[in-house]
Design a binder for this molecule. Sequence first.
Ligand code: PHE
Length: 495
Amino acid sequence: MHPNREQWQSRFSFIMAAVGSAVGLGNVWRFPYIAYESGGGAFLIPYFIALFTAGIPMLILEMGLGHRLQKGAPLVFGSIRKPLQWFGWWAAGLSAGIAIYYSTILSWSWVYLWHAMKLGWGKQAETFFVEQVLQRSAGPQEIGAPIGYLVMGMALTWFVIYLILRKGVRNVSKVVIVTVPLPLILLALLLVRGLTLPGAMDGIRYYLTPDFSKLTDPSIWLKAYGQIFFSLSLASGVMIGYGSYLGRKAEINNSALITGLANCGTSFFAGFVVFSMLGYLARVQGLPLPEVTQSGTGLAFVAFPTAITQLPALNGLFGVIFFITLLTLGIDSAFALQEAFTTGFYDKWHLSTEKLARYFVIAAFLLSLIFTTRGGFFWFDIVDKWICDFGLVVSGLGQCLIVGYLYRIRDFREYLNRISEIRIGVWWEWTLRYITPSVLLIILIGNLSREIRSGYSGYPQWSTLIGGWGVLLFWAVLATILWKIPAGGARSEDR
Ligand code: PHE
C-alpha cells in the first residue's frame, strides 16, 4: 500500500463524492428521456429491478474492492491476477473516454446559460439547437473546423475540472458540498414551477402509470440495466477509485446502499420535473404526450427551453436555473471520471496529483475538440452509444466474473460484513456470479445483434467502425502500453 495515499476526511465526504459522481446528467437528461421513449411508467419497474439486482450489488463490490486493496482500478485488478492489470486499465480508460465526451454536454450548457438570460433560443428551440448552437453538418463525414464558442465552453469546463482536481480528493470534498445539494434545490424549484402548470398532471400520469404489457419487451430491460450502469458510475473504475480513498477504517455496504438509493431517488424526482414540463408542452402544442419531443439530447436542449419560453413569467430566471442545474450536476461526475483514470498513474508511477490533473486536462481538452466541430454531434452520439452499450457492459461483465470466480468472493463478503453496518447475505455472491453476468451477457448479445442487423441511427458503417469499435480498440491498445510500462517513479520504495 501507498503510505501517502490520500484519504477522504470523513465518511460523509466519501458518500457525498460518490453521490456527486453518480448523480449527474444521467439523472436529468438520460433517465427521463429513456423513460419517455420506453413509454413512461413502463420503464420504472425494470429500472428498480435493475437497481437491486445489479446496481447495488456492484456498487458494494466496487467500493469494497477499492477500499480493501487501496488502489485504483488498474492495480486492483492487477493484484487479483497480474495480467488483469490490462483489464483494469481498459476499464479506467472507458472513464477517460466518457469524461471526454461528457464534457461536450457541459460545453453546450455553458453556451445555453449565456443565452438563457435573454431566452436566446426564441420560439424555435430545435432550430436554434441544431442550426445555431451546433451548426450541425449533414453527417459524420462532414467534420469542419471547431466552432469558437463551443471551444470556449469546452475550455471552461476543463479549466474548472483542473482547478478542482489539482489539489486532490481533499478539494473534491469541498466542492461536492456545493455541487451535490445545489442542483437538488434548483430541481425542487423547477418542480414547483412544473407542477403548477396546466397539463402537468397529464405528464405525471404518463410517467407513473405502469404498462405491464411492455414488460415483455426485452429492449426495455436492456435500457434499464444500461441506465443503471451509467447512472451509478459503475464498471468504469470510478467507484473503485473513490473507494480506495477510504482509510483502513471504513463502512461499505450501507454507504453503497445510500449512494444507490440517493442516485435513483434523484432520477425519480427529476422525472417529475421533466414530465410535468412535458405535460405542459403537450397541452400548449396540442400534441399527445409521446409526440412532444424526438431525441434524447432534445429533451434537455429543446423540450426544456421550449417549455421555459412558454412559461407565463420569470422565463429568464428559470432558464438560468435549469442550466446551472445541469452544470453543477455534471461537473462532479466529470471530475470523478477523470480521477478514476489518473489514480492509476498515481498508483503505478507516483506522479504528483497536480501534474496528472494538468496533463490529463490538456490531452482531454484536445481530444474533446472533435465534439465542438459541425460534425461533432454525430461523433458524440456514436462514442456515447459504444462506450455505454458495449464498453461498460463488457467491463461490468468482466468485473463480475473476475471477482465472482477468481477472487475468493466468500472471504470478501465476510470481510465486508465485518466492517459494515449492515450485513449482506449469500444472495450477493449468487447475484455477482450468476444473475448479473447472465443479464449483462444477454444485453450484450441483444445490442450486438441489433447493431449488426440494422446499424446505428443510419450512420455510415465506417463511422461506427471508427467512432465506436475504433475508440474501444484504441483504449485496448493504450491499456496494453500502460500495463507493459514498468512501475516506478520517485517513491517506488513505498510500493
Ligand atoms: N453517473 C454519471 C451520470 O449519471 C455519469 C458517469 C458515468 C459518471 C460513468 C462516472 C462514470 O451522469
